[in-house]
Design a binder for this molecule. Structure first.
Ligand code: FES
Length: 183
């Protein structure tokens, strides 16, 4: 009789342990199912690389030919969990066969420069840097021509990618040759 009771107690205890394990395993799975996406959501901005997106600078036909235009536009900046809109500018030179978009920062120490209509040159007020309409250095301390933004024209609209590039070696050489005194 006692043996029978003992066997029942043992069986009940084994069953309880089994259900307890089953319960905690199920809770663990539910926890993982909820926890992983939630943690991923909160951490993703930290690891997400800023996408290099194009910015629409408007109709190319509205830009005057051969005269640098200061184009202002809005960009969305993402900082972790916060996205804000900021104003940015670029200098755009439209020629018959191409459009060049210059980064608006001087290649010396990054000051904003401007186009001086009278002299037909870009002028940086910080240390007197001077660039021609093609971005070549004419005077002052800037060590290289103006940087450019990659750009493309689609359906009559100008798009830029805001990752400034140094001008190519060939372009820099052309600038240097232009500066060399004529014999
Ligand atoms: S920052 Fe432009 S000349 Fe120094």
């Amino acid at each position: 009789m006692q043996d029978n009771n003992g066997a029942h107690t043992e069986e009940a205890s084994t069953r309880r342990r089994f259900f307890a394990r089953l319960f905690w395993s199920a809770m663990g799975l539910v926890g993982l199912g909820i926890g992983v996406p939630v943690i991923g959501y909160f951490l993703s901005p930290v690891f997400r690389r800023q996408r290099k997106s194009e910015v629409d600078l408007g109709e190319v036909g509205s830009l005057a030919l051969e005269t640098p235009q200061r184009v202002e536009f809005a960009i969305r900046q993402r900082d972790g969990w916060i996205t804000r809109t900021a104003r940015a500018i670029a200098w755009v030179v439209r020629r018959k066969d191409q459009v060049v978009v210059f980064d608006p920062h001087c290649t010396h120490l990054g000051c904003p420069y401007h186009w001086d209509k009278q002299s037909g040159r870009f002028f940086c007020p910080c240390h007197g840097g001077v660039f021609d309409v093609e971005g070549c250095v004419l005077a002052g301390p800037p060590p290289r021509p103006l940087d450019v933004y990659p750009s493309t024209v689609r359906n009559g609209r100008l798009y830029v990618t805001l990752s400034p590039l140094r001008q190519t070696e060939a372009e820099v050489r052309r600038c240097v040759q232009r500066r060399a005194p004529q014999a």
